[in-house]
Design a protein around this ligand. Sequence first.
Ligand code: 3PY
Length: 251
Amino acid sequence: MRKNIVAGNWKMNTTVAEGVELAKDVRASIEGKELKCDVILGVPFTHLTEVVRAVEGSAIKVAAENCAAEAKGAYTGEVSAEMVASTGATYVILGHSERRSYYHETSEILKKKVALALANNLQPIFCIGEVLEEREAGKHFEVVETQVKEALFDLSEADFRKIVLAYEPVWAIGTGKTATSDQAQEIHAHIRSVIESKYGKDVADDTTILYGGSANGGNAKELFGKTDVDGGLIGGASLAADKFLPVIEGF
Ligand code: 3PY
């Protein structure tokens, strides 16, 4: 069954103490409310254990923002999927455009990360999206299609069903620009049709596809109102409970 999800992506923000406070504030803000979506907090590695503890017993789930492409060993500074899972986190954000562009993460690397995440019972929130020049050249459909096919289409149907996709147009990340809800709908529908071509209609219908890129309390309702937009991966607006709550309530 397709789920609605609102996931925060804290990126490289907050100390551990600040992150725990933020997690507690988000928890308090949703307590007793009937939510129409699952809520996930994507937090830095250093925060995972403490944030998992802070949200224990609530409906909130925790995600890492990345994991290593190797299982274990001499990879100084890396954090494996197994380590992430051992904190109690249940999701991992993979392939965010900041990772693809600043850390040169290719589809080949991401494929390994996805496999390790799944092997450790972590659900990938897999990000795809085009840069401005690609959109202006009318290549956005082709770009996201290639990103999905290259990294995910070797998965079995059972494993593909564990993937949450997040469409994040790179030109809308940290720029204050958001895709219009019609632009989001058009490309989400395309992504769903690409999934259908490989895994069939049931899987395509059941796949959660989030929108990301300057989504906030002001535009969430409009975006989430579209048939193929199943929630959001939220950057800046996830860094304060009073800004995140209106997004969570955007359904
Ligand atoms: C943004 O909202 O800017 C994001 O990058 C979310 O991942």
